[in-house]
Design a binder for this molecule. Structure first.
Ligand SMILES: Cc1cc2nc3c(=O)[nH]c(=O)nc-3n(C[C@H](O)[C@H](O)[C@H](O)COP(=O)(O)O)c2cc1C
Length: 142
């Protein structure tokens, strides 16, 4: 059985719910998926994962200057480098209200050299998984 770790940073709960919905979908597809916040994550478990899904809420000026927040950036800085041979397939996710703008580019830049370039980016305004998200996750684990 393949396994996934879904790590989220949430300010008011929406990104946590999105992470939980992502993990529930993976479990329904037969993947052993666990959800943890950036503060709870045991870094030593990351290298053994087949899939690593990293999420953070979008902060910024609503139309410009979006970025992941400092606790998410600190988590990525502290992560061991996972970019070697058996490194996990990686995805990013975020929740937002108006536009994600520079959020994914900033997340990708922070992750560069630490993990494989993300194969998937998911976003949601309400923390629910859309049918398109479900199809994209199915392709991600195929
Ligand atoms: C200080 C602050 C800045 C925000 N900046 C943006 C933004 O630039 N673009 C956007 O679409 N949403 C923005 N939002 C909305 C949040 O990204 C959105 O409500 C998100 O779902 C919150 O996730 P959480 O409940 O996991 O913390 C902002 C919210 C706050 C509190």
């Amino acid at each position: 059985m393949s396994n996934a770790i879904v790590v989220y940073r949430s300010h008011s709960g929406v990104t946590r719910r999105y992470g939980e919905a992502i993990a529930a979908h993976l479990v329904a597809r037969g993947v052993d998926a666990r959800v943890v916040s950036v503060g709870e994550c045991d870094m030593s478990t990351l290298a053994g994962a087949d899939y690593l899904l990293l999420g953070c809420w979008t902060s910024g000026m609503f139309v410009v200057l979006q970025h992941p927040d400092e606790p998410w950036l600190a988590f990525v800085r502290d992560m061991p480098a996972l970019a070697g041979g058996a490194s996990p397939r990686t995805a990013l996710f975020t929740t937002y209200k108006l536009r994600t703008g520079t959020q994914f580019p900033r997340m990708r830049a922070a992750l560069a050299g630490k993990a494989l370039p993300p194969a998937l980016e998911l976003k949601s305004r309400d923390g629910r998984l859309s049918p398109a998200d479900e199809r994209a996750l199915d392709e991600f684990i195929a």
